[in-house]
Design a protein around this ligand. Structure first.
Ligand code: FES
Ligand SMILES: [Fe+2]
Length: 438
């Protein structure tokens, strides 16, 4: 549990809040590149960390991210005309470029220099991974871009997907580092039918095999072990398998809100780089990345994964609190654990059901919540440090951000889970050789 004060520090992200200040020290994913697809395409609204912004791609392809409100009489620039390297307010024609300069003010006398004195808030942007990123902090603290994507795939192949969630971002983030819930919430079967499933799947149960995710037979009360790293921390959910091996599911946590969740196959999985981007205190985007050539093994059991990777853009939702996420009580009895269809939708149902800002003063945390506890402590400590003048150390772009990998497999005798997904992991070396040699 947390004190009320720490819960507030953790959740509030608006300008001037402690966590809001911390998040504004990092580059933040603002919108998908595909939302402003071509030069002079229509501007779009972008609410981020409690600020109302508008994004547009100018005539040269540069993306601007401006305050939504025109500095003249505060009309929304969403209605603006995107033309000739600037966004023009439709009320009186004032025009702003991507840097925030007012480049035309046709409503004032030609001899006036008023336009040179007016600026609109504009945040710098950077495109990577199919996303437009922005930096919303103090100019003199702006770090270089942490390149999570490396050069294994060209920028043109990266695609991002997002789905909205209507609760506080921390609830989403906590769900991503909560290994034990996958055996329940996401289980493809109700209790009691797993023996047959286990027999079907027993060929996966050998050391070194990277099994397809939570379908692997294993115990349902993982032991969590953790290790601090230069980018945050990583943890393993360790579970016994029917043949007596230890299955290790390793997740990396990169501050402030990035997770590399153990993928459904191999360390290079598709949708496993998951990011929880706060829109405001009461909603966030759940953002995933993949590439058009992400290798997916030819295996009918992975058909649903292939379908996920093929769906780029903003995912539509038809399962909400007010239709009970279309829960099917018969299915809950006979075929799935929740009766709610869709992995992401199962996550949305439980995290949104806590209320838009969950009351962490009333929780009862157990041993499988240790990663959640560590995540909260790290974020709260970093926010308090910043309030005391200590800047975050993990914004250095020269660190190997593209080398961080999660992993899942059964351990060999004497093998330490801490090696999995690192440069010492034979499977990583193998995959890198494949990447280099095609
Ligand atoms: S309100 Fe935008 S130009 Fe007047
Ligand atoms: Fe989940």
């Amino acid at each position: 549990m947390l004190t009320k004060e720490d819960n507030e520090i953790l959740c509030r992200v608006g300008p001037g809040t402690m966590m809001g200040n911390l998040l504004r020290r990092y580059w933040t994913p603002a919108l998908l590149s595909s939302e402003v697809p071509t030069p002079d395409s229509p501007p779009v609204r972008c609410r981020l960390l409690g600020e109302d912004l508008v994004a547009f791609r100018d005539t040269y392809g540069k993306v601007g991210l401006l305050d939504n409100y025109c500095p003249h009489r505060r009309v929304s620039l969403f209605f603006g005309r995107n033309e000739e390297c600037g966004l023009r307010c439709v009320y009186h024609g004032w025009k702003f470029d991507v840097s925030g300069a007012c480049v035309d003010m046709p409503s004032e006398p030609a001899e006036s220099n008023f336009k040179d004195k007016v600026r609109i808030t504009a945040y710098p942007t950077h495109e990577a991974g199919g996303v437009i990123w922005t930096y919303m902090g103090p100019e003199d603290k702006q770090p270089g871009f942490r390149n999570f994507f490396g050069d294994a795939f060209p920028e043109s192949e990266w695609r991002a997907t997002k789905i909205i969630s209507v609760c506080n971002w921390m609830q989403g983030l906590e769900g991503n580092i909560d290994s034990s819930h996958i055996d329940y919430l996401h289980s493809g079967r109700p209790p009691g039918v797993e023996v047959k499933e286990a027999a079907d799947q027993v060929w996966f149960d050998q050391p070194g095999y990277p099994p397809p995710g939570s379908r692997t037979p294993r115990s349902h009360s993982p032991t969590l072990e953790m290790e601090d790293t230069w980018y945050g921390f990583r943890y393993a959910g360790l579970r016994k398998t029917p043949n007596g091996y230890t299955n290790a599911r390793v997740t990396d946590i990169i501050l402030p809100f990035y997770t590399l969740v153990a993928p459904v196959y191999g360390p290079l999985g598709g949708d496993n780089f998951l990011v929880m981007v706060p829109i405001d205190d009461h909603s966030f985007w759940r953002l995933g990345f993949a590439t058009t050539s992400t290798p997916v093994p030819e295996d009918p059991r992975l058909a649903s994964l292939q379908a996920i990777i093929a769906q780029y853009g903003i995912k539509e939702r038809n399962q909400w609190a007010d239709n009970d996420y279309l829960i099917d009580r018969d299915a809950q009895k006979t075929s799935t654990y929740t009766g709610i269809s869709g992995i992401a939708q199962q996550d949305l149902a439980v995290t949104e059901s806590m209320g838009t800002i969950g009351d962490r003063t009333k929780e009862h945390l157990g041993t499988t919540d240790r990663a959640v506890i560590r995540m909260r402590q790290k974020l709260i400590n970093a926010a308090k440090d910043l309030a005391n003048g200590i800047e975050p150390a993990d914004v250095d772009p020269s660190l190997p951000w593209d080398r961080i990998r999660s992993a899942e497999r059964n351990l060999d005798e004497g093998e330490d889970w801490r090696m999995l997904g690192t440069e010492e992991d034979p499977l990583v070396r193998q995959l890198e050789t494949d990447e280099v040699h095609g």
